[in-house]
Design a protein around this ligand. Structure first.
Ligand SMILES: [Cu+2]
Length: 180
């Protein structure tokens, strides 16, 4: 091998190493959600929807909660009855894969409007999850930013549809998710 060929080979190997190192750095950032080498934080949130025995209105518990930035696994246990929301497009959005699971089902991107009782929606994050009556819903969110995010139920579950209680009522069908 001539000297010029040898130097050429060394240059090619060096270039390949540079490219490979760059790819590793990119994938490590991807796994950590763009925050360098920091480990991914995984947290869990359990929400229940049941009829408040005093007011007789369906209520999310808890309504105000804190979660960690990173990957969040959410479970909603819905003990209410269906609302027969005829205007519902009932598409799942903003969750990982834009899907949810109902009673442990394979992931679904849509739920029948005849089954839905409430939603868990965070408009500022594009999140919309349908909660069918008498089911357990599971889904996951990727939370990139800290801060306070308002959530609400978009299903007209109020006494007179969209405006009556408990629609929009803090502590019942609306609240704040704080990401720390
Ligand atoms: Cu509701």
């Amino acid at each position: 091998m001539k000297d010029s060929e040898w130097f050429g080979l060394v240059a090619i190997v060096a270039a390949v190493l540079v490219v490979a190192t760059g790819a590793l750095a990119i994938s490590a950032e991807g796994v950590a959600g763009g925050s360098g080498a920091a480990p991914v934080t995984v947290s869990y949130l359990n929400l229940t929807i049941q009829i408040n025995s005093t007011t007789g209105m369906p209520q999310y518990t808890p309504a105000n909660f804190s979660v960690a930035r990173g990957e969040l696994f959410v479970t909603i246990v819905d003990r209410d009855l269906p609302a027969s929301w005829a205007g519902c497009a009932c598409n799942v959005t903003g969750t990982q894969g834009n899907v949810e699971s109902v009673n442990g089902s394979a992931p679904v991107s849509q739920v029948s409007w005849t089954a839905v009782a409430h939603t868990f929606s965070i408009p500022s994050l594009g999140v919309n999850v349908l909660s069918p009556a008498q089911t357990t819903v599971t889904f996951s969110l990727w939370l990139n930013a800290t801060g306070s995010f308002s959530w609400m139920c978009m299903d007209p579950c109020g006494s007179d549809g969209y405006t009556g209680e408990p629609m929009g009522m803090p502590g019942y069908m609306a609240g704040t998710m704080t990401v720390v």
